[in-house]
Design a protein around this ligand. Structure first.
Ligand SMILES: O=C(O)C(=O)[C@@H](O)CO
Ligand SMILES: [Mg+2]
Length: 276
């Protein structure tokens, strides 16, 4: 049975961010993920986790910026990662170091490194050498910190120009870097929008051991995984058949109230036993 983590950036947005931890715990979640922690001191977040018996299982490295203030506001300013951006070495390295410091305090085993928006005139192949070299460096830092780094294909409808959109591109990078510390974050919502054939992709990629985290949402509206073109009960069975023991992040925008929309989860009452 899959083990679910609440995504506090998309869920519980009816509450201020620091109140979302308690709300997720009240609804039975034992694990949380979110996009960015940088607007809050790490100790403040660790205290929320402790107070509510939650594990932090994933967050993102900063999407841009070289100071914590800039990292905290970069997403709203339109930044979507620096991995593919030439001339952004300082931001890439400072961002990763900052993320690893948060991961240490939050005891979080995974950090998602966002790819960035391809500059006009650049191609995926054209930035391959730069990206591979940065991921080599980042995987070494992650190894020293005891953390896994994740890269995630994201659909170009939600994020036009995003550097990494397909599962095969992400797996090619992971193979090229060849570090057990670099894995793929497989978001089934993005996967369905970009390429489809989701169950077969799970069957193909999970046995490689290179998928470090899964996320879900209904398609096409990114609401609860109980309607739309993906039939999640079937996909959850596929995860079980494949022996997936990691977390499944609920990265969706509730249609009308987070707790009210959790009816789909009742069939999966045990949410606390995944291996982090
Ligand atoms: O959008 C997603 O999907 C994510 O997982 C985020 O971390 C990046 O926007
Ligand atoms: Mg995602």
């Amino acid at each position: 049975m899959p083990q679910f983590a609440a995504n506090l950036s998309l869920m519980y947005t009816e509450l201020p961010f620091l109140e979302r931890f308690a709300a997720a715990a009240r609804d039975g979640f034992r694990a949380v993920e979110y996009l960015f922690p940088y607007a809050h001191a790490p100790a403040q977040l660790a205290q929320q986790l402790r107070a509510h018996g939650l594990q932090q299982v994933l967050f993102n490295a900063p999407p841009g910026g070289t100071t914590r203030d800039a990292m905290a506001t970069a997403w709203d300013a339109g930044a979507r990662g620096t991995l593919c951006l030439a001339g952004q070495d300082a931001a890439f390295r400072a961002g990763l170091q900052q993320a690893l410091e948060y991961a240490s305090v939050l005891q979080c085993p995974r950090v998602h490194v966002m790819g960035g928006l391809l500059p006009a005139g650049q191609s995926h192949a054209g930035v391959q050498a730069l990206v591979t070299e940065r991921l080599h460096w980042a995987a070494q830092q992650a190894q020293d910190a005891g953390v896994a780094l994740l890269i995630e294909p994201i659909n170009g409808r939600d994020m036009p120009g995003y550097y990494l959109q397909r599962q095969d591109q992400a797996h090619a990078l992971v193979q090229a870097v060849d570090s057990p510390r670099l894995q793929v974050q497989m978001d089934l919502y993005h996967c369905q929008i970009v390429e489809g054939d989701v169950a077969m992709k799970l069957r193909h990629y999970l046995p490689t051991g290179r998928v470090g985290h899964i996320q879900i949402a209904g398609v096409p509206d990114r609401h609860e995984p109980d309607s739309g073109e993906l039939h999640y009960p079937y996909l959850f069975d596929v995860l079980d058949q494949l022996g997936y023991t990691g977390w499944v992040g609920c990265e969706y925008r509730p249609r009308a109230g987070t707790s009210q929309g959790l009816g789909w989860l009742q069939a999966y009452a045990r949410m606390d036993a995944a291996e982090i």
